[in-house]
Design a protein around this ligand. Structure first.
Ligand SMILES: Nc1ncnc2c1ncn2[C@@H]1O[C@H](COP(=O)(O)OP(=O)(O)OP(=O)(O)O)[C@@H](O)[C@H]1O
Length: 304
């Protein structure tokens, strides 16, 4: 069952087209990722879904309702980039205050514990680090026990351990039946957490698939093998194999790129010629490769 439906969404700011004819649906219980470089239109898209911005054209329904419908307030939790609370509010006060807005709030002490905030309960918001503010905003998005949580740049600003802890928390939230819409530009995050990903570039959806499906869809040469041959070998032995598309050499190492059962084909021809592949490594296409092929740029250029 679709819980979010976006049809032909477009939004511009003056002369800038931020989102152009974007359509996708998010199914109940899934973690749906929106992945794309900076300025691709991810935040604008989720702000329209959260009812915080009005689209110029297109339609959005959330749990069958228009995004600004008041009935959604208790059903949709939103964590947006750079959300600011009052400087003087402590973590405890913020959690208690937000709990009071909802008919069936989550146990805020437990959420604070899960997000590593239990030692910061008496700290003022203004005195929290960027990562702690981030974790508090995730807690506040989840405090109403929402059916849908929209999380923008979930783990930006978190250290690697905090990022992994947050992934675990999010997977646990999904296991409780919450549908999650995540905005990210971290490839590893998208790959680990998301059931499906919409890749957005220049305001348009350029691909929509499972992480594995995106890799498969964009893989041109799906594997590369690197090794050092135990004895000299002529390139022709390898280039003659139907699985092999390219052979290159770096010093005493050989790199073979190709498709199909490349590893078996290469090791068999080596064996027939009495050669052993030393320090053999097999590399397969990753979501990073898919991202570069879809957007034409590496992820790092766009990470902030
Ligand atoms: N309030 C605004 N006024 C004018 N232009 C805006 C506004 N918000 C966003 N934009 C522009 O719209 C485009 C899409 O921005 P958006 O924030 O949706 O992208 P994003 O994919 O979320 O980027 P990031 O990863 O950097 O957060 C960008 O060109 C941005 O500069």
């Amino acid at each position: 069952m679709a819980v979010i439906e976006v049809k032909n969404l477009s939004k511009r700011y003056g002369d800038t087209v931020a989102v152009r004819d974007v359509s996708f649906t998010v199914e109940s219980g899934e973690i749906f990722g929106i992945l794309g470089p900076n300025g691709a239109g991810k935040t604008t898209t989720v702000e329209c879904i959260a009812g915080l911005r009005a689209p110029d054209s297109g339609t959005i329904t959330v749990l069958g309702r228009e995004p600004r419908d008041r009935a959604l307030r208790t059903q949709v939790g939103v964590q947006l980039q750079e959300s600011e609370l009052q400087e003087k509010l402590t973590v405890r006060e913020s959690l208690e205050l937000y709990s009071a807005f909802y008919p069936d709030p989550a146990d805020w002490r437990r959420l604070a514990g899960d997000l590593g905030l239990d030692e910061k309960l008496n700290t003022h918001f203004g005195k929290l680090s960027g990562g702690q503010k981030q974790r508090l905003s995730i807690a506040l998005a989840l405090i109403g026990n929402p059916r849908i949580a929209i999380l923008d740049e979930l783990t930006t600003g978190l250290d690697p351990q905090a990022r992994r802890d947050t992934w675990e928390l999010i997977a646990g939230v999904r296991d409780r039946g919450v549908t999650l819409l995540l905005v990210t530009h971290f490839m590893e995050e998208a790959e680990r957490l998301c059931d499906r990903i919409a890749v957005i570039d220049h305001g348009e959806v350029v691909a929509l698939n499972t992480p594995a499906g995106l890799v498969e869809q964009t893989a041109t040469e799906d594997q590369t093998i690197r090794f050092r041959p135990s004895a000299p070998i002529a390139d022709e032995l390898l280039t003659g194999l139907p699985e092999v598309s390219r052979v290159s050499r770096q010093g005493d190492r050989i790199e073979v790129t190709g498709t199909g059962n490349l590893l078996h084909a290469v090791t068999s021809v080596l064996a027939v010629n009495g050669i052993v592949a030393v320090e053999l490594r097999l590399e397969q296409a990753t979501l990073d490769d898919a991202f570069v092929r879809l957007t034409g740029r590496p992820e790092e250029e766009h990470s902030s």
